[in-house]
Design a protein around this ligand. Structure first.
Ligand code: GLY
Length: 582
């Protein structure tokens, strides 16, 4: 991979060494590969020195090359994060936010970087309601006020500063090159813009970036360049991350907001800071599970569901048998009901995290589950959700052989976020304000009900479902996973963990296997293709409503074997997904 900036000598030497070692390890690697492939239907990528799994092959290649060039997993993750902002603007971003888990085996520490967006300081509880107090989804989704203060640039820079060896300019260089020189458009990219056309072409600034000068659509196979985005990334490379918050880029964001009478101000940008948090920790059948703490609900509820499911012999009950799906659905319903009631930004409210993630509470919830009958959601709690759901956000997992592993999920919420590009800066603004409860008790775009805990308050972070997860075995990094998918993120990630631990699947099988989802409301189990009609009939006989819908999530994942072999699973639900080992 050609680099636009010269690499430090140290890295070039390490590359040579790595190449020699990789050559020497080739026969061992080939052996490991054949052992893994024997008798399997799905084949993971195999690596002896590291693994990257992202939703875009260009980002995977770039992250792979950072590792091959002597960089560590955090260097590769930050570089991939910026590259995805160029190659996959529907969810990769600098105009949004997210969460990164970093596990450092040497110190035994797992840290969580919270770079979630924040509400502007002038935000107020009823800002997305009409005069009669009804929530107006158009306002929280497709306006300038739909955008929270972006956290991605500060979050990725913080990760690099704490654990990386590259400079920010080095980590940005491949993204700048891709934005400057362009890349060949894959079919998924062209289709995404075509599908969102109506929303995107409404705004002059967005039309300028995503459509040809005559207003027509780009086609797959053509080259896509983003000069404004390249200039923004160059400014950040030259002046550091605060440029985004206090420099020319901040000025462009504020001008965009002023032009549309929106609330976000220069002070909001200047005061934005990411936060380092303790991840939520739980155990599942002897494995240590670390996942994102509030303001994401992901960690609390993946641990809660695993605690409930630990009481059943899931392996013996069988993968996606009616009995297994039944208990999974019952666990999911109870977790999502608690999510609606209790979860929000812990900087503003008390979340009973210890209780939600305790084994004792899981025992109590499990005791309410009838093995032969579905519990109607109305017996758990009540609500009236909307059906619309988006499936965006993006996740990547990266691990190296120094014991560092990164699980990162970030987003601008919907596909292309609010659909609004910051004029002159070339990037899309998020519409994450829709993840607050615009009116407590009213569902957001994912049909998720929020309570008082997630009401809009100045400078508060909106509740998320993002679930970057790292599972450790005997103190060593074992499984690195996570997913996009709105409300389905937590259950998708749950199933990758169960597929590996309960069903002994290799990582490619674990991410490819058909998934189910139940979020309490609507009261139904959502299933992908691949669950048999007999199984559906058995579930219906227990009282479940079952709804077959499109694929859920894209869980780019890594598994590390006892012998240190890395295997990567790229999720086939995204045509551009790619895992690469080295
Ligand atoms: N915007 C989706 C999430 O954060 O869960």
């Amino acid at each position: 991979m050609p680099w636009p900036c010269s690499r430090p000598v140290k890295h070039r030497f390490v590359t040579l060494l790595a190449t020699l070692c990789i050559t020497a390890a080739f026969s061992a690697c080939a052996l490991a590969q054949s052992a893994i492939l024997e008798g399997e239907r799905f084949h993971p990528e195999v690596g002896e020195h590291g693994m990257v799994a992202t939703s875009h092959y260009l980002a995977s290649q770039i992250a792979h090359d950072v590792l091959a060039d002597g960089g560590n997993a955090v260097d590769a993750a930050v570089t991939a994060g910026f590259a995805l902002a160029v190659t996959q603007p529907r969810s990769g971003n600098i105009g949004g936010g997210g969460f990164m888990l970093i596990s450092d085996e040497k110190s035994g520490k797992v840290i969580a970087i919270d770079y979630r967006e924040k509400a502007p300081s002038k935000a107020y509880e009823t800002m997305f309601q009409d005069e009669d107090g009804n929530a107006v989804p158009e306002l929280s989704r497709y306006t300038h006020n739909a955008s929270g203060v972006p956290g991605t640039v500060a979050g990725l820079a913080l990760a690099l500063d704490k654990y990386g060896t590259l400079s920010l300019a080095e980590a940005l260089a491949p993204a700048i090159k891709l934005a400057d020189e362009g890349f060949v458009i894959p079919p998924r990219f062209a289709e995404g813009i075509r599908d969102a056309r109506e929303r995107l072409e409404k705004w002059d600034s967005t039309r300028k970036v995503f459509f040809k000068p005559d207003g027509s659509l780009y086609r797959a196979g053509e080259r896509f360049r983003q000069p404004d985005l390249a200039a923004t990334l160059k400014r950040i490379a030259e002046h550091g991350p605060r440029e985004f918050y206090e420099g020319e880029t901040a000025k462009l964001i504020v001008a965009e907001m002023h032009k549309h009478d929106a609330l976000m101000s220069a002070e909001d940008l200047a005061s934005y800071q990411p936060t380092i948090r303790e991840p939520v920790h739980g155990t599942y059948r002897g494995y240590d599970v670390y996942a994102m703490s509030p303001p994401s609900s992901g960690g609390a509820h993946i641990v809660q569901m695993l605690n409930i499911l630990e009481g059943y012999d899931i392996g013996a009950m069988g993968f996606n048998s009616a009995r297994t799906i039944h208990v999974m659905s019952e666990a999911m319903k109870r977790a999502y009901a608690d999510r609606a009631e209790y979860l929000g930004d812990t900087d503003f409210i008390d979340v009973p995290l210890e209780g939600i993630t305790s084994k004792a509470y899981a025992d109590e919830l499990r005791s309410q589950i009838d093995l032969d009958r579905a519990t109607p959601s109305s017996e758990i709690a009540a609500g009236n959700p909307l059906p619309y759901e988006s499936n965006e956000t993006t996740h990547f997992s990266i691990a190296d052989d120094s014991g560092l592993a990164v699980s990162n999920t970030y987003t601008i919420n919907f596909s292309y976020g609010s659909g609004i590009v910051v004029d002159g800066a070339g990037f899309l603004l998020n519409n994450e304000m829709d993840d607050f409860s615009a009116k407590p008790g009213t569902p957001n775009a994912y049909g998720l009900i929020g309570g008082e805990a997630n009401k809009i308050e100045p400078e508060k972070r909106m509740l998320s479902s993002m679930t970057p997860t790292i599972v450790k075995k005997d103190g060593k990094n074992f499984l690195i996973t996570g997913s996009p998918g709105g409300s389905r993120i937590i259950t998708t990630t749950l199933q990758v963990v169960m597929n590996v631990i309960d069903h002994g699947m290799n990582i490619q099988s674990a991410v490819s296997a058909p998934r189910i989802h139940d979020q309490w409301l609507p009261d139904e189990i959502r299933i992908e293709d691949g669950i048999s009609p007999d199984t559906v009939a058995l579930l219906e006989a227990m009282g479940h409503k079952v709804s077959r819908q499109e694929a859920m999530g894209a869980a780019q994942s890594i598994l590390i074997g006892d012998d240190g072999t890395f295997t990567g699973g790229a999720d086939p639900r995204r045509s551009t997904s790619s895992a690469m080992g080295l």
